[in-house]
Design a protein around this ligand. Sequence first.
Ligand SMILES: [Zn+2]
Length: 502
Amino acid sequence: MIRRVPSLLAALLASLMLAACVRAPVESMPLVDRDEAALRLTADINVLASDEKAGRQPGTAGARASFANIEKRMGEVGLVSGTNDPGSYWRLPVDLVSTEPQSAQLILGQGRRRVVVPDSDAAVYTPRRRALAIGGPGTGVPVVFVGYGDGSVLGDALAGAVAVMLADPGRDGARRDALFRQRTTAVLTVVPDAEALARVRAQEERPRLQLASEEQDTLAAYITDNAFANVIGARRWQGLKAEAGTDALAPLELNLSVSLEATSDRREFTSQNIIGMIPGSQPGSGAVLVLAHWDHLGECGPPDALDRICNGAADNASGIAMMLELARRLKAGPALGRDTYFLATTAEEPGLLGIRSFVKSPPLPLESIVAAFNLDMMAVAPAGSPVGFIGRGIDPQLDAAVLAAVTRSKREIGDQGLADSFLQRQDGWALVQAGVPAVLLSSTYGSRSILDPFIAARYHQPDDEADGIELGGAIDDLLLHEALIRQIGDPAKYPAPAKTGP
Ligand SMILES: [Zn+2]
């Protein structure tokens, strides 16, 4: 599950919550079977959340050992390849780029005067190892003032230019991107003050992981209003800003020399989504997809902590363990009509990157997936807890099937507002955006009295360790998924959605 900016109010409310009433375990299978399931889940969680796996950060040895283990376990539970590629049995490669800013220099000048703008007033960023742009009189690269950079100033005239843009908080990110799409050489954004520059730094100066296919080649500089006025002249700058506020602004070439340089620590590497499947008995009748992310944060404790490894036992060794146990159980029972795919995704934590890669080049047609079930942070709640239903309201047929299965299992749907708040923070969201009905059903998101103590004490911290997991709710959720997938995997019980269009 990916991070969100924490809310003080939510933390305050959490501390005021009373403990939930926890009911007896769901009586849908004999007790001994629950114990056996718990043993198998624990064994897989112990392996993936061990210190040896070092927090499963993509691009590390611990990550490679983790997905190698998942491949081995997929084979052991009887899955076959889901890649649809004879050259790659379990692996769907995901090309990633990690970047972290290193150094920067901004030099501005007018006439013979040159000013090296100090770090306190300027910042420059590029995803390249090194990027340099020189513009202004005599360079062939015009330096062009574009006001707030909104639509009216865009055009071919900006190709190759260095654009100087006024910050407009909340909107300038998209406008900068639009300027880069116009093939500007660089964009220099003038921010109001040192505080605004500090916010830019906080945002930009973190290591960043992206899909190689989504990376933009950019050179972006920032300067405080004061520092820019000092170079260009206060009165001239006031006049330009006044023009920027009118509708009639046309791109205006400035008599200004600019030299921008930035370097970045850059690494390209390939991580892996891992996919297996159980072939259905009725080929061509569609597929059910079960997914869980295998990655976590690596080391994330404070630099001086004794234990810095974020083991990610609940997040999301538990989801992988449940996916493997689900696969084992489905394989052991009568064959389903539809194919069932089991996808372990990489790079969920840095922004759903693995699943977005899957959506861009899926090994099966996305339209053939009748339902997807994401498993994320599954081992938090005790048995008998309500079901958090993330993704409710997206597909009426799937909603109805889920609600009926929850009722049959003698459980209840939990706090819907709480579940809804997680919709965009999990892998299923990328599927929903691609038109695939995807839900996340978990006792973890059923009530704040269960979720909030986990978020406060263990979520994305070194204490999310194997010895802290709670499997009661996980086993309830495992049985719910098994029942649902047995129904949805049967074309007679769950017809494929009608195809629209010609
Ligand atoms: Zn997470």
